[in-house]
Design a protein around this ligand. Structure first.
Ligand code: CAA
Length: 260
C-alpha cells in the first residue's frame, strides 16, 4: 500500500483496518483526505489478500464531517466538485465487492455520518455521536446524506435528523436502525473483527453478490430486483464454492472456500 498523510492502513490476517488519521481536525474530510481515501480504496479493491475492510477513526472522532475551513471560501462550482468527489469516493465503498464495516469510535457528523452510511455494516462505540449538522452551517449534506439516510432510517426520521441538525447518541442510532450494534469503546475493534471473521467463513463470491443484490434492489422495482437475484442465484450455482459448500454439508465437514 502507498504512503498516506491522513490515512493509516494495516492488513490483519485478511481484515484491512483503514483508519482516518487527521486527529487535529477530528479527521475532517478535506480534498486531500478524500483523494487519498479514493486512491487507497482502489488499492484495497485490487488486493486479493484483503477479504473484509474495517473503517475507523484515530483518537476521539470517527470523522467530524467535511472540512469546514476548506468549504468556507468555496464557490458553487468548487462546492459541486467537492460534493462529487466525496460521493464518488464513498460509492467506491458501496460498490466494492468486499464487505466494509464502519467501526464508529466517536463523532460521526456530516460527512462522517455519510462515510459510515456508505459502509455495509455499522458498529458503534457507546461514545459515538451522530448527526447531519449541515443546515446549521447554511448548507445541505454533500456526500449523499440526503439519499442514504432515508434509505437506512426512513423518510420521516431522516428529515427530522436533516432539518434539526441535532446530534444523537449511539443508542438512538441503534433504535432507529442507523447502526447494527452498540458496544463499549474498548470492545469496538474486536466486535468489528469478530463480525469480519464471521463473514470470512462464508463463500466470498456469494457474499459479494449478496452485497450487489441488496444495493441494486433498493434502487429498482421489486420485479427487477428479483430478476437480478435469480440471475445471481444461477451464477452461484455453477461456482466451485457452491459445489464445496453443499458437498461439505452432505459430507458433514467444514467447507473450504476458494472464492470462485
Ligand atoms: N472541519 C474542520 N475542522 C474541524 C471540524 C470540521 N468539520 N470539526 C472539528 N474541527 C477542528 C476544530 O476546528 C478544532 O480545531 P482547532 O483545534 O484548530 O481549533 C479541532 O478540530 C477540535 O475540535 P473542537 O475543539 O471543536 O472539539 P470539541 O470536542 O470541542 O467539539 C465537535 C467536537 C462537536 C465535533 C465540533 O468540533 C464540531 O461541531 N465540529 C463540526 C461538525 C460539523 O459541523 N460537521 C459537518 C461539516 S459539514 C459537512 O460534512 C458537509 C458535507 O456533507 C459534505
Amino acid at each position: 500500500m502507498g504512503e498516506y498523510k491522513n490515512l493509516l492502513f494495516e492488513n490483519q490476517d485478511g481484515i484491512g483496518i483503514l483508519t482516518m488519521n487527521r486527529p487535529k481536525a477530528l479527521n475532517a474530510l478535506n480534498t486531500e483526505t478524500l483523494s487519498e481515501l479514493s486512491q487507497l480504496l482502489d488499492e484495497i479493491a485490487k488486493d486479493d489478500s484483503i477479504k473484509v475492510v474495517v473503517i475507523t477513526g484515530a483518537e476521539k472522532a470517527f470523522v467530524a464531517g467535511a472540512d469546514i475551513t476548506e468549504m468556507l471560501h468555496m464557490t458553487s462550482a468548487e462546492g459541486r466538485a467537492f460534493g462529487l468527489l466525496g460521493q464518488a469516493t464513498f460509492n467506491k465503498i458501496e460498490n466494492m465487492p468486499k464487505p466494509v464495516i464502519a467501526a464508529i469510535n466517536g463523532f460521526a457528523l456530516g460527512g462522517g455520518c455519510e462515510l459510515a452510511m456508505a459502509c455495509d455494516i455499522r458498529i458503534a462505540s457507546e461514545k459515538a455521536k451522530f448527526g447531519q449538522p449541515e443546515v446549521g452551517l447554511g448548507i445541505v449534506p454533500g456526500f449523499a446524506g440526503t439519499q442514504r439516510l432515508p434509505r437506512l432510517v426512513g423518510k420521516g426520521r431522516a428529515k427530522e435528523i436533516l432539518f434539526t441538525g441535532e446530534m444523537f447518541d449511539a443508542q438512538e442510532a441503534y433504535r432507529i436502525g442507523l447502526v447494527n450494534k452498540v458496544v463499549p469503546p474498548e470492545e469496538l475493534m474486536q466486535a468489528a473483527k469478530t463480525m469480519a471473521q464471521k463473514i470470512m467463513k462464508n463463500a466470498p463470491y456469494a457474499v459479494a453478490l449478496c452485497k450487489a443484490a441488496v444495493n441494486l434492489g433498493l434502487d429498482v422495482s421489486l420485479d427487477a430486483g428479483q430478476d437480478y437475484e435469480a440471475t445471481l442465484f444461477g451464477v452461484t450455482c455453477s461456482t466451485e464454492d457452491k459445489k464445496e459448500g453443499m458437498s461439505a454439508f452432505v459430507e458433514k465437514r467444514k467447507a473450504t472456500f476458494v472464492g470462485k
